[in-house]
Ligand binder design. Structure first.
Ligand SMILES: Nc1nc2c(ncn2[C@@H]2O[C@H](COP(=O)(O)OP(=O)(O)OP(=O)(O)O)[C@@H](O)[C@H]2O)c(=O)[nH]1
Ligand SMILES: [Ca+2]
Length: 906
């Protein structure tokens, strides 16, 4: 509208003055008079006070437009390709009157359709697409909607213009307009077109009346200064009630809608094509054409909704999505990306984006870049990817770029704790004040030294870590590019973690509380297969454990044998005092005695165990010793020892499960079953960290919902062994983005002693409590939900009758009122067993403790890790808690997911 005013009042200051100078202006200006004084009255030219000129205010609310019959002057938007009808009219030279349809020229320079054909590298492709499509039209569009130019029309038109010599100028005029000031409400005026009108084009009238319904949105011309900074310009905010279509103001939040990538206006299926036109820059309201996109929508570029796909043909969609991705105005503004403290120049941005491995999902922001290794991350954060090294972009990397505090310098940058931990896990031990060089091929080198340290990407444990922490994976010999291709862990881990918004469940508990059992149970429960690698590891672990169990048996055997021999000697000395020279060798034999061959094996095995080398020797030695295991197991002495296994404190409960099938298990070709895997002690990866993903159907908070109709959510279960958390659990800080902490405590701990260092042992429940306190109070978990898993309920049931709970001093006030019905379990009355009462008591102890530490509520589950049901219930519970959390937060999700909502309407 300001443009319109300008035509009437040529003296108005205009931000197009520069451009206007190119054109022959037919205005006359009054000059200041310098001549002699005059005697007659001079007619006064009163300066125009702009504020006094009556103008119609722009309609702000679309609701006013909706049902009014007032003719509305609509700004003409230049970003629209000419409609077929219009082109015909232009060619035939027919009168252009008040048009019942929107008018536009595809002439917005680099941002419009024609413009992108001129300037864009993709231009040939786009042209080809248009050419090969022959007559290209939005065939599916209803009624009087817009049509994209057919190829011949478009070429014809531009030829026409070239002949006339004016259209090109016109294009450049408009394009400089759009890039400098970006005015989207330019009015095609008689003055503008007088000198540059295309040959066959009749002069359009200066005021164009249009269908009041064609646009709801008005944009005021931005003021001059503001307009020069294209990135600060935004489409105006509009007050449309949530859920309504911005054009027809109908619908609700479940109505399928398409969103403008600039102003986030949402349009329903019947309005979207009218509101967005032919989309020369992708999905933008026509009034938003030429404006930079809303950065938060960058990730949705090129991702078309189902709704649009139904309205348009595949080819049209493809083209629009390509415009959306490639047109210049939608590109990330280079100066908004800062690398090592310096904003990028246009050239640097091109450099960065066209290198072999450009940063993925680049957004405006501040980044650091290690040119030597190619590591790339957000300023103040750990590395998040590896891009091509040696790019000449940004400034020099700073020591504190990633805000590390390890005193370990890698390529002049102080690395973060998580990187330090990774190096630690990878076997690169380094402590304070060391400076390393990490080259792009993944080798470390100490500054000033020649020897290389192995590429750390090689180790599978490290890869897993990288995946869990979304760290980039350094290249290694098998995968020199370090890329994601052919990299299963990275593929499955890193990428998936990034893509799916999965909730992280963080499982932790003291040694032997059963976290690995629960982890494995979850995998079995949700059918997450164990990888070949994992199976192999588990097999080796089971076999190694078997030798350990055998060792414990053999040690027991020795003890039992000695006991009997001492007994016998005592008896002998009592029976026949005096020198005992004539007692035969046969008398030394007991039921616990073994032959020399097995004795030699036994001695060797026990020696190995004492030296702590069991894991080094096995499973490699399995082939060699398998026959001996069979012989040993079948030996009467071993069987006799095994029968007294309850006296062997060292022998874990699960041992008998594996010992019973020791012949099978010891074989080279042994394949562990699911139950074997579940019962196996220890977990696959040596660093005690494991993660798995699974889906859970959404927990039903609404009782009216049909079962099975709920969407499922992705969960990621991460299990960490406390021994890998360092002193005072300092590594916990790396698990900042977990959704909920599952803290596992074994209920059977209460009467057990830990085998503490230096012979100092403590009650295990108190140890568990200590770790619980440490984790709960860790600053990282300040606002996290905690679900306490009280595990091994079966063991509690087993022993509570024999061993009172008060054996643990923390539980000194446990005085259950055992009801009279307690012993008659069949009684219908709702009596709790002593174990259940104890469970509730322990749960309350932890809840009280948690509340005193955090002021929040602790959730508790009773679990038997070896039984799938209880584990499943606990995990579902964790999911429900997370869901409650989401419900508590304002619901942005529904509105923003309007792309994907596939609920059909009208
Ligand atoms: N009876 C019974 N045993 C269980 C239960 N959960 C785990 N266990 C056993 O307890 C032992 C320790 O369990 P893990 O899952 O290995 O414990 P952890 O927390 O991983 O501890 P680490 O062994 O130190 O890694 C294993 O022998 C399990 O089979 C349970 O609910 N009931
Ligand atoms: Ca274990």
């Amino acid at each position: 509208m300001a443009g319109f005013l300008r035509k009437l009042l040529p003296t108005l200051p205009s931000n197009h003055d520069d451009d206007d100078n190119h054109h022959s202006m037919e205005y006359s200006f009054a000059m200041e008079y310098h001549g002699p004084p005059v005697t007659y009255d001079v007619p006064l030219a009163v300066p125009v006070d702009i504020d006094q000129v009556p103008t119609a205010a722009a309609v702000v609310s679309a609701s006013l437009v909706d049902n009014s019959s007032v003719p509305v002057i609509q700004p003409i938007v230049m970003g629209k390709p000419l409609s077929k009808k219009l082109v015909d009219k232009l060619k035939s030279g027919s009168e252009m009157t008040a048009l019942g349809e929107p008018v536009g020229l595809s002439a917005r320079g680099s941002s419009g359709a024609v413009g992108s054909l001129n300037g864009d590298e993709s231009a040939p492709k786009l042209l080809d697409a248009i050419r090969s499509s022959g007559r290209f039209g939005f065939s599916k569009i209803h009624k009087d909607s817009y049509e994209l130019l057919g190829s011949s029309d478009m070429l014809q038109l531009s030829n026409d213009c070239k002949d006339g010599g004016g259209f090109e100028d016109y294009l450049s005029h408009v394009s400089s307009d759009s890039s400098e000031s970006g005015v989207s409400s330019e009015v095609l005026s008689s003055e503008d077109s007088k000198t540059e009108k295309p040959r066959h084009v009749k002069e359009p009238s200066s005021v164009t009346f249009r269908d009041p319904e064609s646009y709801d949105i008005f944009q005021e011309e931005s003021d001059h200064a503001e307009a020069r900074n294209i990135h600060r310009r935004r489409a105006p905010e509009r007050n449309v009630k949530k859920g309504l279509c911005y054009r027809c103001l109908k619908g609700n939040r479940f109505t399928e809608k398409e969103v403008c990538i600039v102003c986030s206006a949402k349009y329903c299926v019947s309005c979207v094509l009218r509101a967005m036109g032919s989309m020369p820059e992708g999905r933008k309201c026509v009034t938003c054409i030429g404006l930079p996109i809303e950065e938060s929508r960058r990730r949705t570029l090129g991702k078309c909704s189902q709704m649009l796909k139904r309205l348009l043909s595949d080819l049209e969609i493809e083209l629009i999505m390509r415009y959306e991705l490639l047109c210049e105005v939608n590109q990330l503004p280079h100066e908004l990306v800062c690398v090592n403290g310096e904003p990028l120049s246009q050239e640097e941005m091109v450099f960065l984006k066209s290198c072999p491995k450009p940063p993925k999902k680049l957004k405006p922001g501040r980044y650091w870049y290690d040119k030597v290794s190619g590591l790339w991350g957000k300023e103040g954060h750990r590395p998040c990817q590896i891009i091509s090294p040696q790019l000449n972009v940004g400034g020099q990397i700073k020591r504190n770029a990633s805000n590390g505090n390890t005193k370990i310098l890698v390529n002049s940058r102080e690395i973060t704790e998580v990187e330090h931990w990774m190096m630690h896990v990878a076997g690169i031990r380094c402590v304070g004040n060391i400076s390393l060089w990490l080259s792009a091929d993944g080798t470390y080198q100490e500054e000033g030294q020649k020897n290389m340290i192995d590429p750390i990407g090689n180790k599978s444990g490290v890869r897993l870590l990288c995946a869990v922490f979304s760290l980039p994976i350094l290249p290694d010999s098998a995968n020199p590019s370090g890329g994601e291709v052919n990299d299963p862990v990275n593929e499955v881990g890193l990428n998936r973690l990034e893509q799916k918004a999965s909730h992280k469940l963080f499982l932790i508990g003291p040694n032997r509380s059963g976290t690995s059992t629960i982890f494995k149970q979850a995998k079995l429960l949700y059918n997450v297969p164990f990888s070949e690698d994992e199976r192999q590891n588990i097999k080796f672990m089971i076999q190694t454990n078997l030798y350990c169990y055998l060792g414990i048996l053999l040690e027991g055997r020795e003890r039992f044998e000695e006991e009997i021999l001492t007994e016998m000697q005592k008896r002998q000395s009592v029976d026949e005092p005096g020198p005992s020279g004539n007692t035969g060798l046969t008398q030394d034999k007991t039921i616990y005695s073994i032959g020399p061959r097995l004795k030699a094996f036994s001695d060797w095995l026990l020696q190995v165990m004492v030296s702590g080398n069991l894991e080094v020797i096995f499973p490699a030695a399995t082939r060699e010793y398998a026959p001996l295991v069979e012989e040993l197991w079948k030996d009467a002495a071993i069987q006799a020892t095994y029968n007294r296994r309850s006296e062997l404190k060292m022998l874990p409960r699960v041992a008998s499960y594996f010992l019973d099938q020791s012949v099978e298990v010891s074989k080279v070709d042994y394949e562990p079953s699911d139950v074997d895997i579940l019962y196996a002690e220890g977990i696959t990866s040596s660093n005690g960290l494991a993660c798995t993903e699974f889906s859970l159907e959404d927990v039903d908070l609404d009782p009216h919902n049909q079962p099975g109709t709920l969407p499922s959510r992705r969960f990621e279960l991460i299990r960490v062994h406390p021994k890998n958390l360092g002193d005072n659990c300092k590594w916990l800080e790396m698990f900042e983005d977990v959704g909920i902490v599952l803290f596992c405590v074994s209920l059977s701990d209460y009467d057990e002693l830990s085998d503490g260092l230096n012979g100092f042992s403590r009650n295990k429940m108190l140890e568990s409590k200590k770790l619980f306190e440490r984790v709960v109070t860790h600053p990282n978990f300040e606002h996290k939900d905690f679900l306490l898993i009280l595990n091994k309920f079966d063991l509690l049931e087993e022993k509570i009758d024999l061993s009172p709970l008060t054996k643990c001093e923390w539980f000194h006030d446990f005085t259950p009122v055992v009801s009279h019905n307690y012993n008659s379990r069949s009684s219908i009355s709702n009596t709790h067993s002593l174990a259940q009462i104890a469970f509730h008591y322990i749960a309350l102890k932890f809840k009280t403790l948690f509340y005193s530490l955090t002021g929040r509520k602790l959730y508790v589950s009773s679990v038997t890790g070896l039984e799938p049901d209880t584990v499943g219930e606990a995990l579902t519970y964790a999911g429900t808690i997370l869901k409650w959390d989401e419900e508590k937060k304002p619901n942005y999700v529904l509105c923003d997911s309007s792309y994907s909502l596939d609920t059909s309407t009208s």
